[in-house]
Design a protein around this ligand. Structure first.
Ligand SMILES: Cc1ncc(COP(=O)(O)O)c(C=O)c1O
Length: 349
């Protein structure tokens, strides 16, 4: 017997996407935004004062909380800041799940959810999506303490309508966490549901739409009662002074944000058309990646050949998704390199 709790001994831990050190590679494997954050972020970083570093940060990250509240048209007490959206997921498992309180979610989805279920020692009820990635009706009847729907979903990019998630919130019984890490690239979001339902938590991330994956900043939107409960689990200083300043500058620059999102969406359309032309099938994406399957060539083979050419996309050797590639939308130049490499490898097959 080791020193760890049995479920921790058994846990494999989450395997993050490969982070190559070489800057010459085309990196389309972890859904980072291909564009830099707003220059306002660099400006505030250059203005960080020794005093800001000497003192502990604001435990509530009030400046960001206020700005995020305005952007989402809610009161500040509907917002809780966290150290990336992943921290909120961990807190939700701790808050709502245990041996007798399962989590439920449709699959395939974000591979962190089963990892967190293992760490929390709670049962995970996994309900498969149909081929069109519609919300499974059975999800409403699981009796789970926590139901998670990733919307737009990762790794499929598919989107579930807000009214369907409203019905799920109504029927689910427990808490419904809607993981909107990628929602900035979609046409709609579920923020309005927090006004109608006392069991809905929305997860937002600054990593994707705001190009701040290196910073680690995300937030929850929920009714003040839920936020107050989650705050009990929060590290007092989960967001540091530097990241609070940078994330606040980023969320306030609405014009830059809109421009970046439009560029990614336009490139997503172009990439999707080009991939289809090369024989790939892909569901419509509401995210900053596409989930592609080639009609005749195995995903694993394509993945290997791209790696040889220093191009990284995401591949999972997992049942159900082992013939798909998740490809982040890059800049037009990065995507052109990917498309050229694909043409070459598919021709030689
Ligand atoms: C579906 C999903 N949810 C949440 C997150 C967490 O994002 P972050 O912790 O970078 O804010 C990610 C990150 O890749 C994700 O893919």
């Amino acid at each position: 017997m080791g020193y760890f709790r049995e479920n921790i001994e058994k846990a494999k831990g989450y395997e993050p996407g490969f982070q190559p050190k070489d800057s010459a590679v085309v990196k389309l494997n972890t859904n980072e935004n291909p564009y830099p954050p707003t220059p306002m972020v660099l400006k505030v970083l250059s203005e960080i004062s020794p005093e800001q570093l000497r003192r502990y940060p604001d435990p509530m990250a009030s400046a960001f909380r206020q700005a995020a509240a305005e952007v989402n048209s809610v009161a500040p007490d509907y917002i809780m800041c966290c150290n990336g959206g992943d921290e909120l997921l961990k807190m939700a498992f701790q808050a709502f799940c245990d041996e007798n309180r399962p989590v439920a979610y449709p699959v395939p989805t974000y591979s962190l959810y089963p990892v967190l279920a293992g760490l929390q020692n709670c049962k995970a009820v996994e309900i498969p999506f149909d081929n069109e990635f519609n919300l499974p009706a059975k999800l409403a009847g699981t009796g789970a303490a926590l139901t998670i729907v990733c919307n737009p979903n990762a790794p499929t990019g598919s989107f579930i309508n807000v009214d369907e998630l409203a019905s799920l919130a109504d029927e689910a019984g427990g808490v419904l966490l809607i993981d909107e890490a990628y929602v900035d690239f979609a046409e709609k979001n579920c923020t309005a549901l927090v006004k109608d339902f006392d069991n809905v938590i929305i997860l937002r991330s600054m990593s994707k739409g705001y190009s701040l994956a290196g910073l680690r900043f995300g937030y929850a939107i929920a009714r003040p009662d839920l936020i107050a409960g989650l705050l009990k689990l929060k590290d007092s200083y989960n967001a540091d002074a530097i990241s609070i300043s940078a994330a606040t500058a980023a969320i306030k620059d609405r014009e830059y944000f809109k421009q970046t999102i439009e560029k990614v969406k336009a490139e997503r359309s172009r990439l999707s058309v080009q991939l289809k032309g090369l024989g790939f099938e892909l569901p419509e994406s509401s995210s900053n990646f596409v989930f592609a399957e080639h009609k005749s060539v195995k995903a694993k083979d394509i993945y290997g050949k791209l790696v040889q050419r220093n191009i990284f996309v995401r591949y999972w050797d997992l049942e159900g998704i082992d013939n798909k590639l998740r490809i982040s939308v890059g800049t037009p130049e990065q995507d052109d390199r990917l498309l050229a490499a694909l043409k070459e490898t598919l021709d030689t097959d």
